[in-house]
Design a protein around this ligand. Sequence first.
Ligand code: C2O
Length: 356
Amino acid sequence: MTQAKTSQLRRREMLQILLVVVIMLLLIKVEGKPFPAPNFQNCFSSEGCCPPAVTTGNPTSFKFPTELPMRTRPAAHLLDDAYIAKYQKAYELMRALPDSDGRSHVNQAYVHCGYCDNQFYFPGSKYPLEIHNNWLFLPWHRLFLYFHERILAKLIGDDTFALPFWNWDGLPEGMVMPNVYAEKSLNNKTNSSLYDPDRNKCAERPRVVDFSNPSLVTCSNATDEFQHWENTHVIYTQLVTAAVTPSLFIGQPYRYGDYGGVGGGTLESKPHGAVHIWVNVEDMLLFKNSATDPIFFAHHANVDRLWTIWKRDLEGGIRADLTDPDWLNTQFTFYDEDGNLVSVSVAQALHPDLLR
Ligand code: C2O
C-alpha cells in the first residue's frame, strides 16, 4: 500500500471516530436526567434557611395512605366559624412546634426557601436546584401543599381537614383579600394565627387584587369594575389563549445538571407572581419568607386548582400533563405528617388519591 493511501485511510478512520464522539455527546445532552430527591444535609444557605436534616441517610420513599377520607378544599371567602376555629388552632400548634421539628411553621417556610433560593446541592452537579420558573413549579407546590395540609390535619386530629383556596380568579368577592387573613382579631381570638402584620397597604380590604401592576407604594386608582374586567382578561389569557400546549402552561424542561429558572409556565408569572407582590411588603414578596404567611398556602391551593381546571375542563383536547420521563421521575424531599423525611416523585403529584 502506498503511503498516500495509508494516510487517506487513517484520515477516514479519524473522521469516523470523531463522528461517533459527536453523536454520543448529542445523545447525552438530549437524554438528560431527572433530579434525585435532595438530601437536606446538602443544603447550604447564605440566608440561613436550611430545613433541619432530621434523619441521616436517604429519605424513605412515600406511599399514599389509602385509609384517609377524601378531602374537599373550601373557598377562603366562604369559611364558617367552626372551620376558622380549627384552621386557627392548626397554625397555633404548628407555630408552637420546636425548631428541631421539620413540621414547625418556621421549618415549613425553610423548606420553600431551601428549594427556591439555590440552596440544595447535589454531588457532581455544578448548579443547585431551583423549583421556580421551570416545569417543576406546579408539581413541587402541589406536593408541598399536600404535606403541609396533612401536618395541619394531624396536629388538630382531623383527617378531613383541607386547606382553603383563595378564589381570586372567579367572582368579585374572591378578588379581595379574604377576611380570614385580613383581621388581626378574629373569631374570638385577639391575635389570629392567620393574620400577618406585614401586609401591603394597597392590599387592604376592599381593594381588588391587581394582576397587572401590583404595587406596594402607589395603590391603583382604577375602579373596581375595571379591575375585575382586567383581572378576568389576564386569567383568560394565562389559562386559555396563551396556554395551549403542556409546556406553555406547565413550563420549560429542567433536568439534572441544568441551570434552573429559565422558563416558567403562563400561570406562574401572572397571576401567581403578581399576587405574591400584591399581598405583602416582606413576607409573600420574597421567596425566602413567603411560606411564613398562611395566605401563601391558600394562594397556591388556587394555583393548583387552576392546573386541574386547565387540564380537565378546557376545550380542545390538547391540554394534558407532560409525559417526559425526566419530569415524571424527578423526586423531591418533604417532611410528612409525623416529621419524617420522605421522597416523592412528580408522577405521584398526578395521582388521583392526592386529596385522599
Ligand atoms: Cu414557591 Cu408562590 O411560590
